[in-house]
Design a binder for this molecule. Structure first.
Ligand code: IMP
Length: 438
């Protein structure tokens, strides 16, 4: 029995969906679980020549014999979930999905999206209502999935919260000095009129709850039963370590806990040790605002963006690109207790004459091997780079690790030696077969 967590080590978009899809196929895993985040995530899985982008459904959903679980730490936009289920039904049939939704998961409602669109620009959020939904959760104004199980109760909760949101939105519009024209564009009435919110959300809730592949309940108890029966569970992180609300580059973070601790709080599983696989891209990217010491704001950065198709799965925004930063991976190792690493998109670095890797920072005259999330320290950090030779050719054709060019293997070995975590998987392209195990 191995209960495994797959999580991001950088600023997200490391290619976690592909790794989850690859491992979820192993027969001992009986459940694949999302424990935080919402449809700010976009996990791409290429299977049978088709590309699937999952925002809320766990990436394990393409495997027929697994139960997929949306844990209590996830925020659910019912419209997005209903659409995602119906799309999956059209494309692969739903004999497939067995989905369990935690009754304790909180909802993203139209007013959360509206509030995010008014106030999220400072951080460069995905505009999906994530921050406001988690905000209502911790200030005890949230509506939970359990509330949708009863028509009258859901309607009552919507009425209570619509009132409160009208005040919130009026204050936000004033604070952010939103002009009259922009106010029209925001479709404020649609998001705050309780009848409209009802007529948008209730059919989605009914579609989800009425779907024979879906059930709702105590996901923590379900997982505990699985585990005590000897089955293995796979936990799928969204976003990543440096976007963690506590451990990331605050305030340029998301509002949940993608790090290991989030698994326990976001599912209710008891805190026994878990195996942790960190996913790291062979270079670094970030979407939205915030510090990024190894960013390449030049032609090379643009080359990586094009070669790596570095545009957001959720928003289509161009991602900022830069060199791999080992201080970040060491930080992720400490915060998450990484047991192994999967290195993704190594093929994107092919055909560059030379490569650079950040191996330490010099801050106030001191050499630091681990990343800091302190804004002041980061602003004074001088990145210490190590230069490594590049390689030529198409790595996507390699059938085994030994088929990789020497310089590519040396790059991987350097990471492993410096971070002191074994690199057990290397992804060399989007296809399921382009994953080399070591
Ligand atoms: P939010 O999660 O929409 O509130 O956005 C907060 C920050 O997290 C922004 O910088 C987003 O670009 C970033 N973010 C959220 N989800 C993802 C993701 O799945 N990949 C990469 N960045 C993300």
């Amino acid at each position: 029995m191995t209960n495994l967590v797959i999580l991001g080590t950088q600023w997200g978009d490391e290619g976690k969906g592909k790794i989850v899809d690859a491992l979820a196929g192993e027969s001992h895993f009986k459940a694949v679980v999302r424990y935080q985040g919402g449809n700010n995530a976009g996990h791409t899985v290429v299977a049978g020549g088709e590309t699937h982008a999952f925002h809320l459904l766990p990436s394990g959903v393409l495997h027929a014999d697994k139960t997929c679980v949306i844990g209590n730490g996830v925020v659910i936009d019912p419209h997005v979930l209903a659409q995602e289920l119906s799309r999956l039904e059209d494309r692969v049939g739903l004999a497939h999905a067995r989905l369990l939704i935690s009754d304790k998961a909180h909802l993203i409602l139209p007013w959360h999206v509206l509030r995010d669109r008014i106030s999220g620009e400072r951080i460069g959020t995905t505009g999906r209502g994530i921050g406001p939904a988690y905000g209502d959760y911790v200030t005890r104004r949230g509506i939970r999935w359990a509330d949708t199980g009863d028509r009258e109760r859901f309607r009552r909760r919507l009425e209570e919260e619509a009132d409160w949101n009208r005040y919130q939105v009026a204050a936000l519009l004033d604070f952010y000095r939103v002009s009259t024209g922009d106010r029209n564009e925001l479709q404020i009435d649609d998001a705050l009129n309780v009848d409209r919110v009802w007529s948008r959300c209730w059919p989605d809730v009914q579609a989800i709850r009425g779907n024979p592949a879906v059930r709702s309940g105590d996901a923590g108890a379900f997982l505990e039963d699985l585990r005590s029966g000897g089955a293995s569970i796979l936990f799928e992180g969204a976003q990543a370590t440096l976007l963690d609300i506590a451990h990331g580059t605050y305030p340029f973070v998301t509002s949940s806990h993608p790090t290991l601790g989030g698994v326990y709080v976001g599912t209710g599983i008891r805190p026994d040790p878990l195996q942790v696989l960190g996913v790291a891209k062979a270079y670094t990217t970030r979407v939205g605002a915030g510090p990024f010491p190894t960013e390449l704001d030049d032609e090379l950065g643009e080359h990586i963006r094009q070669a790596g198709h570095e545009y957001g799965t959720t928003t289509g925004r161009p991602r900022r690109c830069g060199w791999l930063d080992l201080t970040i991976l060491r930080y992720a190792r400490r915060v998450n207790g990484l047991n192994e690493l999967a290195l993704t998109k190594l093929d994107v670095l092919s055909n560059l004459p030379a490569l650079r890797v950040a191996s330490a920072y010099r801050i106030d005259g001191q050499l630091r091997s681990e990343f800091t999330v302190d804004e002041g320290e980061l602003s004074r950090a001088e990145v210490q780079y190590t230069d490594l030779p590049g390689w030529a050719g198409d790595l996507g054709k390699a059938k085994s690790y030994l088929d990789l060019p020497n310089a590519a293997r040396a790059y991987i070995q350097f990471i492993e030696d410096e971070v002191k975590v074994p690199v057990t998987m290397v992804s060399t392209g989007p296809g399921r077969e382009q994953l080399l195990r070591r």
